[in-house]
Design a protein. Structure first.
Length: 278
């Protein structure tokens, strides 16, 4: 738990410093300012991770190795885009999602920064690279996955149109999907790519609200019908369609992690094993 607290504090300090330094920069237009802020925040968080965070805990290991950056990030981007495209396709077949016109491409690059790259990297660093990792060392893989997923889901509680059910479903679909990807690869690049592509595809491509936040996409679309299918104002992430598709993919990742022997036992089980072998 000490490593978890230290990791979260260092992450918070790096993020706060990034926000402070970003606000000191002269404005260079909305897109340029967003890009500068993103670069500063990610650079400081990455430096904090590389210098301190990965060295903490019982088993120091680097989950952001640059040699795995391109292949795993690329896989994550493809998988995330395909998964949410499948959600939209099913919603369209059920009459829940409907395109009503052309969208506005002028905000696509801003959405790439604000709703995809920045939250994809920063949230995965926090929830998988710090919270899940250090809870796993204490409680084992199942406890770490469950608590990190719940923390991730209910971190969305104050988003527009969020409900307890929407947060719980985010915990199940995204928590298990992203946490399972981390368990399988022991790397943050795959879940980061998944997270970023999921957000970008739903908002900037299909015009669906991103966790309740309004989005302007390449197309203008509406969601209608039963809230269980449409997700209501929160968007398709709160729909049973996304719940089934993303959770199924997450279970597959977890199953593969189990097959490959990637599970970590709780610390008390490990202690008993050491005592028995002494």
């Amino acid at each position: 738990m000490v490593a978890l607290v230290i990791g979260v504090l260092i992450y918070a300090l790096a993020t706060a410093l990034g926000l402070f330094l970003g606000n000191l920069m002269p404005p260079v237009g909305r897109l340029g300012t967003a890009a500068v802020h993103m670069i500063i925040i990610i650079a400081l968080a990455l430096a904090a991770y590389k210098l301190v965070i990965w060295r903490l805990g019982e088993w120091p290991h680097d989950d952001l190795r640059f040699t795995r950056f391109l292949p795993e990030l690329g896989k994550g981007i493809v998988i995330g885009a395909v998964l949410f495209s499948a959600v939209v396709a099913i919603a369209a077949l059920l009459g829940v999602y409907r395109i009503i016109g052309r969208g506005d491409s002028s905000g696509v690059l801003l959405a790439l920064i604000a709703s995809a790259i920045l939250p994809g990297f920063m949230e995965e660093l926090l929830f998988r690279g710090i919270i899940q990792r250090f809870l796993e060392e204490l409680l084992g893989s199942w406890g770490g996955l469950a608590l990190a997923s719940l923390a991730f889901g209910f971190a969305h509680y104050f988003n527009p149109d969020a409900t307890a059910r929407a947060c719980l479903w985010i915990a199940l679909e995204a928590g298990v999907l992203l946490g399972g990807a981390y368990m399988l690869t022991r790397s943050l690049w795959l879940p980061t790519g998944l997270h970023a592509a999921w957000n970008f595809t739903q908002g900037a491509v299909f015009g669906v609200p991103v966790s309740g936040s309004p989005a302007t996409g390449l197309v203008r679309a509406t969601l209608s019908g039963p809230e269980l299918l449409s997700g209501g104002g929160f968007g398709l992430e709160a729909s049973v369609i996304a719940l089934v598709i993303a959770t199924a993919a997450g279970i597959w990742f977890v199953w593969q992690a189990v097959r490959r022997g990637q599970l970590v036992q709780p610390w008390w089980v490990r202690c008993r094993a050491v005592t028995a072998g002494a």
